[in-house]
Unconditional design. Structure first.
Length: 148
């Protein structure tokens, strides 16, 4: 059960953070960008709460040390994610350390360009940048912004 939950959580992460998937060599989501809309953020926090409950419900008594550690680290990670949400870091999409100005500029370095599909996926990502920027900006304005 623990291993299947860990696998499900990893798959969720790759699906919702397609740039990370590309960085780690999983090309299934190369035509997508992460969604930073208010709905996506709310869905992600709901998923974290649900996952935390599932991982906390696992009795690891008798599990090998590595599996107990995996469960403890996953619980810690999910708690940290939920605790950090109170600071609403998604409302500050650009800092001197990171943000869309650096993330999107580095896309070509992390993207494979081996065949026509790779180029089509990259172009599909580029076409999503205006939507992604708008959703990040709307998130910084509370109830949304009328214009960019």
């Amino acid at each position: 059960m623990l291993n299947s939950l860990l696998t499900e959580e990893w798959e969720y992460t790759l699906r919702t953070q397609p740039e990370l998937a590309t960085e780690v060599g999983d090309n299934r989501y190369n035509d997508r960008l992460s969604d930073y809309s208010d709905k996506a953020i709310a869905d992600d926090l709901a998923h974290a709460r649900q996952s935390l409950a599932q991982f906390e419900a696992i009795d690891v008594t008798g599990f090998p040390e590595q599996e107990r550690l995996n469960q403890a680290l996953m619980v810690r990670s999910l708690r940290e994610q939920l605790d950090a949400a109170r600071f609403k870091d998604w409302e500050m999409p650009v800092t001197q350390f990171g943000g869309i100005h650096l993330e999107y500029a580095s896309l070509p370095y992390d993207t494979p360009f081996r065949n026509v599909k790779d180029y089509e996926d990259y172009i599909a990502r580029l076409h999503q940048i205006p939507r992604a920027c708008l959703s990040r900006r709307q998130g910084t304005c509370g109830m949304g912004c009328a214009t960019v």
